[in-house]
Design a protein around this ligand. Structure first.
Ligand code: ADP
Ligand code: MG
Length: 267
């Protein structure tokens, strides 16, 4: 498959390698290529990279970055995927420079992220690294969930992922207590993402890791701006419930009647 893509510009240096914007030679369509130097990886890291390819390749949903191709070239694993031309949600939020987003746009993005999560959870997959840096946008307002770098396939409904990894700000109370990761832990991370879309900063922040863990376990976050209305503050409260059993699933959220018109727009 070598030579099928022309690398255009470097967009980021990731955990295991580089990410490039590239052009597909047959049709000129822009895409992203993650270049992972296999020779430098430990067995475990190689395993993770291959898991990312196999999970991404199985996904087929309008709100998930589409997998295009994977091939080995010059000692590197190249993963080609759909390019989201609107950048990531993290950048979008910092570009606001303190000016809040409107209610409508927040709910619209939130529902699209929920649709992606409902889909992956229905396939028994946990994303485990849901954060604004891994949620991409297109210029026409579509959400594309990406970076399945540490996603996990659960073998059956009683299987849990044990390793506590991911970005500390999004760690759920149960992970802080070294309990297994389950789909409700993704829902907590979704609560953090929703909170960030509302407040432009994460719900829990501290000087150091220990302080952050304590806050996640014990503290209430500050309320979201009042003018965003009751639906958004209700959703934040439900998703940031410290008890995972009380936290709603993506399915529970998408069946709420106040969200119906938003869901219909994207289904
Ligand atoms: P990691 O977080 O492990 O480094 P990511 O896949 O999240 O890997 O992304 C690496 C870089 O590439 C980031 O800067 C990200 O914003 C960008 N990126 C990744 N996937 C896409 C995509 N589909 N569309 C646009 N930008 C992307
Ligand atoms: Mg990432």
């Amino acid at each position: 498959m070598a030579g099928k893509f022309e690398l255009l510009s470097l967009i980021g240096t990731g955990t295991f390698g580089e990410a490039w914007v590239a052009k597909s030679r047959p049709n000129g369509v822009k895409c992203v290529i993650k270049v992972v130097k296999i020779l430098k990886l430990s067995d475990k890291e190689l395993d993770q990279s291959l898991t990312e390819v196999s999970i991404l390749a199985r996904m087929n949903h309008p709100n998930i970055v589409k997998y295009l191709d994977a091939y080995v070239e010059n000692g590197a694993l190249n993963i080609a995927m759909e390019y989201a031309d609107g950048g990531d949600l993290h950048r979008k939020i910092s570009n606001q420079k303190g000016i809040y987003f409107g209610k409508q746009i927040i709910v619209d993005w939130f529902v699209q992220i929920c649709l992606a999560l409902r889909y992956i959870h229905s396939q028994n997959i946990l994303h485990r690294d849901l954060k604004t840096q891994n949620i991409f946008l297109t210029s026409d307002g579509k959400i594309k969930l990406g970076d399945f770098g540490i996603a996990r396939v659960l073998k059956d409904s009683r299987d849990h992922a044990m390793t506590a990894i991911g970005t500390p700000f999004y760690l759920s109370p149960e992970i802080c207590q070294k309990k297994p990761y389950n789909h409700k832990s993704d829902m907590w991370a979704l609560g953090c993402v929703l909170y960030e879309m509302c407040c432009l900063h994460v719900p829990f922040d501290a000087e150091d890791f220990q302080g952050l863990i304590l806050k996640i376990l014990q503290e209430k976050y500050n309320p979201i701006p009042k003018n965003l209305g009751t639906t958004l503050s209700y959703l934040v409260t439900k998703l940031l419930d410290k008890n995972p059993d009380r936290r709603p699933s993506a399915e529970d959220i998408l069946s709420m009647s106040v969200l119906k018109s938003f869901v219909q727009r994207h289904e």
